[in-house]
Design a protein around this ligand. Structure first.
Ligand SMILES: Nc1nc2c(ncn2[C@@H]2O[C@H](COP(=O)(O)OP(=O)(O)OP(=O)(O)O)[C@@H](O)[C@H]2O)c(=O)[nH]1
Ligand SMILES: [Mg+2]
Length: 307
């Protein structure tokens, strides 16, 4: 092994070799990963461990489904290009926020575990459709129990995780429980989108409190803007020569170019492209002429000129 394997690593390796159940193996691998060397030479090793973890998670999910007589898995039809998961402990106001932001008709009640399955709603942000998914309440142990793995499989496909905290209760504790379950589910959280990590926004509901956190914390009143800022997209408008800009705008990944927009608008636009004119923040003066490589900024208005 071309790595500097130390004592802790061998201990963890031993535990893994002795593990019997999928659950035990997963725990051991997670530990192995946490004590594996972090230098570049060990990258392949860490990748191997991660692959093993992913495979075991799949196996675990299959075992779980088999055990359940109904074999229930849960499917959410994706709508809009952006998916946002609303997560939090029970009774913190997830359904309340879902309903407030999207108009979805969901049950909001003053008892625990009201929401039993994911609930969805569409948030309209300047004409861009953002799908919000309320995940049933998290609690200690859920990552490996009951429907937990199914809920986390849904969360894993989202562009953003909004963690809702109850400002009337201890926020640090709530966050700790939630972060721990994400760790158990092998979902890496981050303040911004980077690699496999999913960005997080924290919303403190009911009563605002200042908390220390590495993630962005939002007032309920700014939640729409902050969701948009965190999902990692910009919106731009297309227009036809001599016509006003089209509505709704188009959502594109941050850092998108005219090329990406052209592809999105029509499959022939790249072939037929001559130039584009832009009004907005990405150009020095309105109406400037640009090529396919030009990078777009939020709010730009783009007019395509084709062959
Ligand atoms: N005072 C106050 N009460 C709130 C607020 N948001 C939610 N609530 C109340 O808190 C209780 C729980 O709200 P829900 O939206 O059902 O909470 P939830 O997180 O979806 O809960 P579960 O689905 O059971 O996990 C309800 O009685 C709400 O009326 C708020 O901003 N202020
Ligand atoms: Mg609810």
């Amino acid at each position: 092994m071309p790595i500097n394997a130390d004592y802790k690593y061998f201990e963890a390796q031993k535990k893994y070799n002795e593990a019997k159940t999928t659950q035990e193996k997963l725990k051991a691998l997670q530990e192995l990963l946490s004590v594996s060397p972090s230098h570049k030479g060990a990258e392949k090793l860490r990748q191997e461990i991660k692959t093993k973890i992913a495979k075991l998670k799949e196996k675990q999910e299959k075992e779980r489904l088999k055990k359940k007589s109904s074999g229930k898995s849960f499917f959410i039809k994706k709508e809009g290009i952006v998916q946002v998961a609303l997560v939090g402990l029970s009774n913190v106001g997830k359904s309340f926020l879902l309903s407030k932001l999207t108009g979805a008709r969901v049950e909001i009640a003053d008892y625990e575990y009201t929401t039993k399955k994911p609930e969805i709603g569409i948030l309209d942000y300047n004409g861009i459709k953002i799908q919000l998914i309320e995940i049933p309440a998290l609690f200690t142990g859920i990552a490996n129990k009951g429907m937990g793995p199914t809920w986390f499989a849904i969360i894993r496909t989202c562009n953003l995780i909004v963690i809702v905290l109850d400002g009337k209760r201890n926020c640090e504790n709530q966050l700790k429980i939630i972060e721990n379950e994400f760790k158990e589910a092998f979902i890496e959280l981050s303040d911004i989108k980077e690699g496999d990590k999913i960005p997080v926004l924290i919303v403190i509901n009911k009563e605002f409190k200042h908390i220390k956190s590495k993630y962005k914390v939002s007032f309920v009143s700014d939640i729409r803007e902050n969701i948009w800022k965190k999902v990692g997209f910009i919106y731009v408008y297309t227009k036809m020569p001599g016509k006003p800009k089209d509505f709704p705008p188009v959502a594109l990944k941050n850092n998108a170019s005219i090329h990406n927009l052209a592809e999105y608008v029509h499959k022939d636009f790249i072939k037929r492209f001559r130039f584009a004119r832009i009004w907005g923040k990405s150009v020095k003066y309105d109406g400037a002429t640009v090529g396919l490589d030009h990078k777009l900024k939020e709010g730009d208005v783009i007019e395509f000129h084709l062959k």
